[in-house]
Design a protein around this ligand. Structure first.
Ligand code: GLN
Length: 262
């Protein structure tokens, strides 16, 4: 039997087909990657933006972002039939990221405020929080009026930051994350700190000589923020949150992160 002579035209034709297939494969592959980051266009991925320095709502454990908000977002993703992706960023970058379509939801112990609601959509609230003053144990500051004219440490862009900016004569010093603010207080570079109750109570244990004043200086509700136009997503998220409140999943989450006697 004799082997057919290689036909140069056929070889070139096959080469062209092969190159085409390879190009098509890469084009499809990068298109998938592209779609995964602009998630609002891809129903199979839900991108959560957060700032993982806010125990017990979001924090890092073994390189992973975990916490109450992560579990909550997982329940939502499950009901949407989507995969959850987490983007860890600065707290003050969350709302711009929503507007820019880089994330679908901001789940970050974010308090609902009128100002924020002008540019974002908020879900049903899922947690009631308070703002607290944290001071050294021997401090002469006992309440909000004690903060007048003092140096106050806050986390940049938070409701604590806004509260502090309204105090007469106070010098507000902004830090990127809650633990950093407490470190400044412990080393005496600020007189007091304003933070949300739960992270204040958790992070304070890493320092000696600090206390959280028991009188709250503000009441707030945490909710999930979405892009202003994303009404369909809000409807689905509200449904999940309401179901979770009804069927005990929300209580179970609270118990998991705050213990039995909350
Ligand atoms: N609840 C506060 C706010 O919404 C702080 C949130 C945070 O630091 N993650 O501004």
């Amino acid at each position: 039997m004799h082997k057919p002579k290689p036909n140069p035209v056929r070889i070139i034709k096959n080469l062209i087909i092969l190159t085409g297939c390879v190009a098509a494969f890469f084009w499809m592959f990068f298109d998938i990657l592209k779609r995964e980051t602009v998630v609002s266009h891809d129903a199979s991925v839900l991108v959560m933006g957060t700032n993982a320095t806010f125990k017990p709502f979001e924090y890092k454990e073994g390189g992973q972002v975990v916490g109450f908000d992560v579990d909550l977002a997982r329940e939502i993703a499950k009901e949407l039939g989507a995969e959850l992706k987490i983007e860890d960023m600065s707290f003050d970058g969350l709302l711009p990221a929503l507007e820019g379509g880089r994330i679908d939801i901001a789940v970050a112990g974010m308090s609902v405020t009128e100002e924020r609601a002008k540019n974002a959509l908020f879900s049903e609230p899922y947690y009631q929080a308070t703002q607290r003053i944290i001071v050294p144990e021997d401090s002469k500051i006992f309440n909000k009026s004690g903060l007048i004219g003092k140096k106050i440490g806050v986390q940049l862009g938070t409701t604590g930051d806004i509260l502090a900016s309204e105090i007469k004569g106070a010098k507000v010093i902004q830090f990127p994350a809650a633990p950093n603010v407490l470190r400044e207080l412990a080393s005496g570079r600020v007189d007091a700190v304003i933070l949300d109750d739960a992270p204040a109570t958790q992070y304070i244990t890493a320092f000696t000589g600090l206390k959280v004043l028991s009188l709250p200086i503000g009441n707030e509700s945490y909710a999930i923020a979405m892009k202003k136009s994303n009404h369909t997503l809000k409807e689905k998220i509200d449904q999940t949150i309401n179901h979770m409140k009804e069927d005990g999943r929300m209580d179970a989450l609270l118990r998991k992160y705050f213990g039995e006697n909350r």
